[in-house]
Design a binder for this molecule. Structure first.
Ligand code: FAD
Length: 456
């Protein structure tokens, strides 16, 4: 048994944990970073990065299929899953190596093993006790299932979906949120028949309703089937496939069932409750400065209620390190964090949906402008349709921006500046956008809301 002492102990080296560790060393703290798997966590190894590699492979197949439209002769002979795997693994391996190098250069001590909180300032790893003046809990999340729905065999989560050694011919996807539609999009581009089952009335149900409806039209046009507003009841599986039964008696037959019904906090059995951390349904409760009820104990990332996104985790990690160092960082609410659904088409948003804005401020106080990408030259050139909707309140600032179309995730930065800085459309309308770019569409929406529509 040994004891190691640090200024800061971080439990979990995913987006939230490693960001806290990196920033803390910049601020002069000694850091012990405890990780039972690989530094980088979910996002790097089984989340954001590998899924985006699959989506890029899917996009290449789609572009090749549509190449004749652009005067290029190309055909898709098939999908070489071994080649896709090598590409995906290569990307992850290179980012992993980079992160390991950075952690080493910064002088962070990585402690390998499963940690358990045994007192507010001590984490036990095997026989070793790791103590810190401050502790950051950052143990992340796991794929949830539904009561009575056991994962195994042909019933899989996103982790097994990533590593599927074949291209499925027919897939059922339970859950029409970000992860469900992301995999649906990939498999469809690779030629699979896909059926999504969603209990809520829309796909991407957390987005502005006009965007969800356009998304559904786009998916339908791509030949993706979906059943909305209906609950899963049961599933049976045999050697060749699964039969999913819905509560309305309908059945969906497929080769595999992907369960993508959300992610729960990975906190069970880690000693948090025993030591006295206030929890709610497995999540760690913090104040807005990410401090738990125990002095010196903070929490970041997916275990903190709210958006479960890597960039939120990064931001919270940096925030906590600066808070501990006494730098009094600015609190960023979930409302000011951009969300992107990576699929074909892409969805990107920030701030309040039109419905939420009306709920909050009253119907007559909210105005919006929905710019159709059909009017945007660059969108026309790259062959995408979609729209950009800007929401404002009381002839005042922009409170929400909602986009759908190819690559709109790359446009959310400007929208984010407008929402975060509470800019008026009149403030941002005069900004000049390069032509031809998709950014011009956002500029046109700002112009229209400022009462100066140019092309509308
Ligand atoms: P994690 O990244 O889960 O890290 C937690 C770490 O703690 C893990 O490495 C784990 O091994 C370790 N750990 C847990 N318990 C212990 C213990 N007792 N002792 C030691 N170590 C422990 N977000 C985006 O922003 N963009 C995306 O495109 C995106 N795509 C995604 C796609 C998929 C398929 C999935 C599943 C998620 C995706 N996410 C995406 C979400 C993103 O991955 C998470 O929000 C992010 O990883 C959360 O970071 P975290 O630090 O809270 O937890």
């Amino acid at each position: 048994m040994s004891e190691q002492n640090f200024d800061l102990v971080v439990l979990g080296a995913g987006s939230g944990g490693y960001a806290a560790a990196l920033r803390a060393t910049q601020l002069g703290m000694s850091v012990g970073l405890i990780e039972k798997g690989k530094v980088g966590g979910t996002c790097l190894h089984v989340g954001c990065i590998p899924t985006k590699a699959l989506l890029h492979s899917a996009e290449v197949a789609d572009v090749a299929r549509e190449s004749a439209k652009y005067g290029v002769t190309a055909t898709v002979e098939g999908i070489d899953i071994a080649g896709v795997t090598a590409y995906r693994e290569g990307i992850v391996a290179s980012k992993y190596k980079g992160l390991q190098g950075l952690i080493k250069t910064r002088g962070i001590t990585v402690i390998e093993g499963e940690g358990k909180l045994v007192s507010p300032n001590t984490v036990q790893v095997g026989d070793d006790r790791i103590t810190g003046k401050n502790v950051v809990l950052a143990t992340g999340s796991y794929s949830r299932s539904l009561p009575g729905l056991e994962i195994g065999g042909r019933v899989i989560t996103s982790e097994q979906a990533l590593e599927l050694p074949f291209v499925p011919r027919k897939v059922a996807v339970l859950g029409g949120g970000v992860i469900g539609v992301e995999f649906s999009s990939v498999w469809r581009s690779w030629g699979a028949e896909v059926t999504i089952i969603e209990a809520l009335p829309h796909l991407v149900p957390n987005e502005d309703e006009t965007v969800s409806k356009q998304f559904e039209r786009a998916f339908r046009k791509r030949g993706i089937d979906f059943k909305l507003g209906v609950r899963f009841q049961s599933v049976t599986q045999n050697e060749s496939g699964v039969v999913v039964t819905l509560e309305n008696g309908e059945t969906v037959e497929a080769e595999i069932l992907l369960v993508a019904v959300g992610r729960g906090p990975s906190t069970a059995g880690l000693g948090f409750e025993e030591v006295g951390v206030t929890m709610d349904r497995g999540f760690v409760i913090t104040n807005e400065r990410l401090a738990t009820n125990l002095p010196g104990v903070y929490a970041v990332g997916d275990i903190v209620p709210g958006l479960q996104l890597a960039h939120r985790g990064f931001q919270q990690g940096i925030f906590v390190a600066e808070e501990i160092a006494g730098l009094n960082p600015i609190v960023i609410s979930d409302n000011n964090i951009p969300k992107v659904t990576y699929s074909d088409p892409e969805v990107a948003s920030i701030g309040l949906s039109e419905a939420k804005a009306k709920e909050q401020y009253g119907d007559d106080k909210v105005s919006s402008y929905d710019y159709n990408l059909a009017g945007n030259g660059k969108s026309h050139i790259i062959g995408t349709s979609g729209s950009i909707k800007v929401v404002r309140v009381n002839d005042g600032p922009v409170v929400g921006v909602h986009m759908i179309g190819a690559r709109v995730g790359e446009l959310i930065g400007e929208a984010q500046l407008a929402v975060n800085w509470e800019a008026y459309p009149e403030d941002v309308a005069p900004l000049i956008h390069a032509h031809p770019t998709q950014n011009e569409a956002l500029g046109e929406a700002f112009l229209a809301l400022a009462g100066k529509p140019l092309h509308a």
